[in-house]
Design a protein around this ligand. Structure first.
Ligand code: NAI
Ligand code: MG
Length: 358
């Protein structure tokens, strides 16, 4: 029997990105060879800070052409201690997200069995949120500049760009995401009290789009108040949508409230499916634990599961996540989750669970 086969571009990048992507690939290969319902091939793309140090660029000139040949990509992290962060981020990650219009960044947040929320009163059934981040414009449009550099009268501008096209498509995507979930509730994060142009457009479009989703209940919360709501009233939250910067910050908070940044997964989607979507853990290169075998691989593994779902392999992805939960339940956890397992211990345990379940 022929089964669907997928070609994945693997971009481990820097730091613990290499450790968690090799972990995710090992687990997905085990899943594929055990279930035999799909086949998958990973091609290593050695783009990152070492590549930059050798060539002066994070990616080769024809990188978009190379990238477009894959069905999807798995990304680790980018950032090195001896490279300015804006050089590495714009050199690689944003150089993929922006030109390919991977405009919807979906960041699910969940407490797993055996993992603990630092909240005093977490929702009784655990945290189960989906954060939707605008991923192509807003505060990260790269619009602005510096002049009179080094002078006392130096000027720097960072202009946030909000286009009606960009705002409509992300809010529509967020309402659809909320609609697909049991609670059908969306919180629109804003800051339209002080940001009186872009975020007023954002609010107006939210109200317009909401009319097309009568079965979705929704509310609006200013971003500063949202941090309070996430800590004090987490049970009132289901799906959240916000701008590029706001959700970058709120998703780190959400991940910590669910147990650790090490579990957090994300999908950079082109919902039109014209370009291959990119899947990556939310965390960065984590220089403090690089090379020590301490990195939690679950964020990368969960991202790989979301990639399989996107490719049409939801049963395999669900199976993988059940194996992950079983391993968490058994207490095989890395240090960030209060355990003493190493990265490879978690990978081995998940592979054994896949083997065991058949
Ligand atoms: P970070 O996410 O790398 O680390 C923050 C803290 O979380 C550190 O204490 C780290 O040890 C811990 N941590 C992160 N991932 C973990 C994991 N899987 N398991 C256990 N602990 C984990 O963020 P930071 O320190 O702000 O940035 C480090 C570098 O990474 C910088 O160069 C930054 O620009 C880059 N970065 C890249 C991102 C990306 O490629 N998507 C995202 C965030 C940061
Ligand atoms: Mg971030």
């Amino acid at each position: 029997m022929t089964v669907p086969s997928y070609r994945i571009g693997s971009i481990p990048g820097d730091g613990i990105g290499l450790e968690v992507i090799s972990a995710a690939i090992e687990v997905v290969r085990k899943l594929s060879s055990t279930l035999k319902t799909f086949s998958i091939e990973f091609t290593d793309l050695p783009w990152g800070s070492d590549y930059w140090k050798k060539t002066g660029s994070y990616v080769p000139e024809d990188y978009l052409e190379t990238y477009r040949k894959f069905d999807a990509s798995l990304f680790g992290s980018v950032g090195a201690p001896d490279v300015p962060d804006h050089v590495s981020l714009w050199g690689l990650l944003l150089a993929i997200r922006s030109p390919l219009q991977l405009f919807a960044n979906v960041r699910p947040v969940r407490t797993f069995p055996g993992t603990k929320s630092p909240l005093a009163n977490p929702p009784p059934e655990g945290i189960d949120w989906v954060l939707v981040r605008e991923n192509s414009e807003g505060e990260y449009s790269g619009h602005g500049g510096r002049s009179h550099v080094g002078q006392p009268w130096e000027v720097a501008t960072e202009v946030a760009i909000f286009t009606r096209v960009g705002v409509v498509r992300i809010l529509r995507f967020a309402f659809e995401t909320a609609q697909s979930r049991p609670r059908k509730h969306l919180t629109v994060v804003s800051k339209s009290n002080s940001l009186r142009n872009g975020l007023v457009l954002w609010d107006e479009v939210a109200a317009e789009v909401a009319r097309d989703f009568p079965d979705v209940t929704w509310d609006k919360t200013l971003v500063d108040a949202m941090t309070i709501r996430m800590v004090n009233n987490p049970h009132t939250i289901d799906t959240i949508v916000g701008t590029n910067l706001h959700m970058d910050i709120l998703s780190d908070l959400a991940a910590s409230l669910a147990g650790s940044i090490g579990i957090a997964a994300s999908s950079n989607l082109d919902p039109t499916r014209k370009n291959p979507s990119m899947f990556e853990p939310v965390h960065g290169s984590a220089f403090d634990i690089t090379g020590k075998g301490l990195a939690n691989p679950l964020g990368a593994i969960w991202s790989a599961a979301d990639m399989l779902t996107w490719l049409g392999e939801a049963p395999a992805a669900d199976h993988l996540m059940e194996c992950v939960k079983a391993v968490c339940r058994a207490g095989i956890l890395t240090a960030d989750l209060g355990g003493n397992a190493k990265t490879q211990d978690v990978v081995n345990a998940i592979c054994e669970e896949i083997e065991h379940r058949g």
